[in-house]
Write a protein that binds this ligand. Sequence first.
Ligand code: PLP
Length: 284
Amino acid sequence: MRTVYLNGEFIAENEAKISVFDRGFTFADAIYEVTAVLQGKLLDFDLHVARLRRSLGEMALALPLSDDELLAIHQTLLSRNALQEGLVYLQVSRGVEDRNFAFPAEGTPPTLVLYTQAKNIIASPLAQQGMKIISLPDLRWGRCDIKTTQLLYACLAKEQARQRGADDAWLVKEGLITEGTSNNAFIVTADGAVVTRELSRLLLPGITRSTLITLIHQQGLRIEERGFTLDEVKHAAEAFISSSTSFVYPVVNVDGQPVGDGQPGQLTQRIRQFYIDRALAVTA
Ligand code: PLP
């Protein structure tokens, strides 16, 4: 059984209890982060904590813990659970109060929860075989740059993908792909440019995305941050997704049509390997 963290305590997962009045439960009034764990160490914790601070700031949600205190909680959880590979999930909600849409009284403590989850990130079947994607309209709210737990549309989209025999959905707004349900979307054009949507309020500023952009630059490859259409995907040589707990997965099929030759792309596999090499080096 796992040990989880709840409001200052490390306790068995079946003893962790949260109020039915918690605003995370009733309003999805909560922020979260997911940090990958490799070789028993956190990957890019500093970048995740910086994004957490930004999300909290945008939601005017106070968390009275320093970055060092948050790091110590993460590390204690890793060692208590002997986690080698997987993730740490962190969630901060605006705390507990009787139902009221407006914020609770000042000083109401937030609810802070962290837990670990094991996952094979490196030896992943989807990394080998590639993902099948369907496209769906992007019906999410206007602040997808904030990592809130308000993920209902992403759940509906992912479930629709599953029911149609696919692995995920790419979301399309005004003819351009924003991102996947829980990942950033990339294509490689026929002439070898890597393309991903520019940052805005329409998508999450993925930590993996930003590291990949730097790595792709360093490898002397071309990267373009701009919108792209489903028609461009159809004519792309390769496609892939990025996220903290998948790193890079090839995309081999979109809306029932093969991408490129329908196999994981060579450049995609190289980019995944660059990312893994860097991740293993920084967690060594
Ligand atoms: N976009 C969305 C909507 C996500 O939920 C996620 C991750 O959960 C990402 C992109 C990828 O972000 P990161 O690379 O920081 O995990």
